[in-house]
Design a protein around this ligand. Sequence first.
Ligand SMILES: [Zn+2]
Length: 56
Amino acid sequence: MADDLVCAACSGRVLDGGCATCRLSRTSLPQDRLPAQAFLVLAAVLALLLVLTSAF
Ligand SMILES: [Zn+2]
């Protein structure tokens, strides 16, 4: 769905990064990787908690 975003400034696809507005929007768009890493950290913390709580 984010692929279909059309820039209001240059009427091009935001993904193409045709203008400064596109690039600005594009940098704020890909948030898929950050939550994935945050999820991994969260999973690691949960696993650690599980190990700690089961040890007692
Ligand atoms: Zn643009």
